[in-house]
Design a protein around this ligand. Structure first.
Ligand code: PEP
Ligand code: MN
Length: 359
């Protein structure tokens, strides 16, 4: 039983009917027409999804972009419920959206990344939802600010709604990236560590921005024990009115689902437990060794720092840092350790060392 089973009424129902216990959400970025919505839903009818998504009020960067058809599209979602038998979910960005979505019987609401950034708006949504037992999914804010994400989750939790869940859709960071939004996996991991009761799902579509990267991001989320996935699907992705590059056809989506391997969080198998305990013990000893080596290295930094102080030399030496990077990356490659990882690790160590020299 996953955590989501014990926490989400709707997902417990899934388990009873034999469907997967994790939460899978699929559907178009935006509901464009009645036909497009019904066509997507019909093609997803046998995909075993928990909710059919479709944005109808969409905050877009440019005023020239398609922002959804609004209230009238709620009728299309009602058709999906009645004629295809799928539960539905929409994005709400203010209290009026909440009222209209609830009145139309939408089964789950989600708060988008551009709304999570604004505490007044999140509070307005929380007030409109007070006491209504509807599940709510809260996407991470666009900026990499864990406290802001947690604040939004707390506001919705205090409104005493149904299940409250988080959705990781990546972060907007400065600079070039392979993906549309940087995953910064450490942030959702820290959310899970500090709010373990909140199930978390991943949105590989908005992280990747391009459909070819969706499988690798989805697999990573599953390896990290996420409780579900939200994936944008469109019958003709290249012709979609928004996010064309990142939507999958329902066929490609079903193919991906067939190949994903869901993992359990733990097992009672005694042999597994015994072997894991031995390896964890060995890791703890290695970690202690690593820390001792770091302490020794910092001690050397202090001595170099004193020498530089005496001679009035700047602590940061560009050539020396270049030499260290080259040396450790070459060494790492020989040891089969990722040189990019080693660069990140040594950047931290080097900065700390410079701080210590300056003390
Ligand atoms: C979406 O899910 O369609 C969407 C706009 O997501 P986000 O809020 O993550 O940008
Ligand atoms: Mn989208």
């Amino acid at each position: 039983m996953t955590r989501i089973d014990s926490l989400t009424q709707t997902v417990v129902a899934d388990t009873e009917s034999g469907e997967p216990s994790h939460m899978i959400i699929a559907g178009p970025c935006i509901a464009e027409t009645d036909e497009q919505v019904m066509e997507t839903a019909r093609q997803l009818a046998d995909a075993g999804i928990s909710y059919f998504r479709a944005g109808i009020w969409k905050p877009r960067t440019s005023p020239d972009s398609f922002e959804g058809v609004g209230h009238d599209a709620l009728r299309w979602l009602q058709r999906v419920q009645k004629e295809v038998g799928l539960r539905t979910t929409v994005e709400v960005a203010n209290a009026r959206h909440v009222e209209m979505a609830l009145e139309a019987g939408v089964d789950m609401l989600w708060i988008g990344a551009r709304t999570t950034v604004n505490p007044f708006t999140v509070q307005e949504i929380a007030d409109a939802l007070r006491g209504v037992k509807v599940p709510v999914l809260i996407k991470n804010p666009v900026n990499p600010d864990l406290e802001l994400w947690k604040g939004a989750i707390q506001r919705i939790l205090r409104a005493n709604v149904g299940q409250v869940m988080a959705c990781h859709r990546g972060f907007n960071v400065y600079g070039k990236s392979l993906f549309r939004n940087e995953p910064l996996w450490e942030i959702p991991i820290e959310l899970k560590r500090t709010m373990p009761e909140i199930p978390i799902i991943c949105d590989p579509s908005h992280i990747s921005g391009r459909r070819k990267y969706i499988p690798e991001i989805a697999r990573k989320a599953l390896n990290l024990g996420y409780d579900g996935l939200m994936i944008e699907t469109h019958p003709n992705p290249d012709a979609a009115w928004s996010d064309a590059a990142q939507q999958l056809t329902p066929t490609a989506f079903k193919e991906l689902m067939r190949h994903l391997q869901w993992r359990q969080h733990s097992t009672d198998d005694p042999s597994y437990k015994e072997q894991v305990a031995i390896l964890r013990n060995a890791i703890d000893i290695t970690d202690a060794d690593l820390l001792q080596l770091l302490a020794d290295r910092m001690e050397l930094s202090k001595r170099i720092g004193a020498l530089k102080q005496e001679n009035n030399i700047v602590f940061y030496q560009h050539n020396r840092w270049n030499a260290i990077v080259e040396q450790v990356q070459q060494h790492a490659t020989k040891l089969d350790i990722d040189p990019d990882f080693v660069l990140k690790l040594f950047s931290l160590i080097h900065l700390e060392s410079i701080d210590i020299q300056g003390e």
